[in-house]
Design a binder for this molecule. Structure first.
Ligand SMILES: Nc1ncnc2c1ncn2[C@@H]1O[C@H](COP(=O)(O)OP(=O)(O)OP(=O)(O)O)[C@@H](O)[C@H]1O
Length: 267
């Protein structure tokens, strides 16, 4: 599918003391689409996310985002280019308010904030713009009523929503979500699905890691499968989920998602 790729990675290799975590020869993520990165536990999905976004360094490999080489850049510079990610375990700060968590997502650096604070009027204008944007996004995620509450009081699902909302403060073009549904109760699942689909409607590209095959089926335009660090298959959800290699990769790892029954459901 990727005739127009927003992210292209080549020869990315990361090992930890003899264990190969990531060994990706080549992968492309299509622009403006939702791509699911799936694979059994320990396949290397989170490590690959960490490498791409500068939170970890590979032993070798190159990748580019929107034509710009990104390898070697620290996370904040990757984010400034428009490539943002969320974490499997949310990094929401409980002792800050929901609104302050959002302001931390703004791509202004603390130093920049300080410098601008000394400039008075300029800072006030930028701060007001950031706050307006934060409230606007919170309203979209139905968290505006909680803007002044401590984030510690949010449920697990609301934290996931807040983390996604915060990622949007940077006006990203690529949003990478690491297991957005993990720990989310069924009441919020539908709303999260809607928010992810909405990102695509707004022209963003989404790459998400997920174990829930119903979600992959419902949401993804394209699926990339990892096993033992390598990309073993890619294609549309229908073709990938009926591939024997994919089923073997999951069942071989005794994965809890019963892919075989999902496939039989379709037959
Ligand atoms: N910091 C680390 N030190 C040592 N080994 C690591 C480290 N991070 C990851 N690994 C190893 O790398 C491999 C890939 O792990 P990773 O967490 O990327 O897989 P994953 O596909 O995200 O798994 P899951 O679906 O369970 O989150 C595993 O064997 C893991 O034990």
């Amino acid at each position: 599918m990727p005739s127009d790729a927003i992210l292209i990675a080549d020869g990315v290799h990361r090992h930890f003391a003899g264990v190969t975590a990531v060994d990706v020869e080549h992968v492309e993520i299509p622009r403006g689409r939702i791509t699911a990165l799936i694979g059994p536990n320990g396949a290397g999905k989170t490590t690959f996310f960490n490498l791409l976004t500068g939170f970890d360094r590979p032993q070798r490999g190159t990748w580019s985002f929107d034509g710009t080489p990104v390898q070697g850049l620290p996370p904040y510079r990757v984010a400034r280019l428009g490539m943002v990610r969320t974490f499997q375990l949310t990094k929401v700060l409980g002792r800050l308010t929901v609104l302050d968590n959002m302001l931390l997502g703004s791509n202004r650096q603390p130093g920049e904030r300080l410098r601008n604070a000394l400039l008075g009027v300029v800072w006030k204008k930028q701060d007001r713009t950031d706050r307006e944007r934060a409230r606007e996004i919170l309203a979209r995620f139905k968290l505006d009523g909680k803007a002044d509450d401590y984030a510690a009081g949010l449920s697990g699902g609301q934290r996931k929503l807040l983390e996604m909302a915060r990622a949007l403060m940077n006006e990203p073009t690529l949003v990478m979500l690491d297991e957005p549904m993990a720990g989310v109760n069924p009441a919020l699942t539908q709303s999260l699905l809607g928010h992810i689909a909405d990102l695509r409607e707004r022209g963003m590209t989404v790459l998400f890691v997920e174990h829930d095959m119903h979600m992959v089926r419902n949401l993804a335009d394209w699926v990339v499968v990892m096993a033992a660090g390598r990309i073993i298959a890619e294609g549309t959800p229908e073709s990938v989920l009926s591939s024997e290699a994919v089923v073997d990769a999951y069942l071989g790892a005794h994965h809890d998602t019963d892919l075989r029954s999902l496939i039989e459901e379709d037959a």
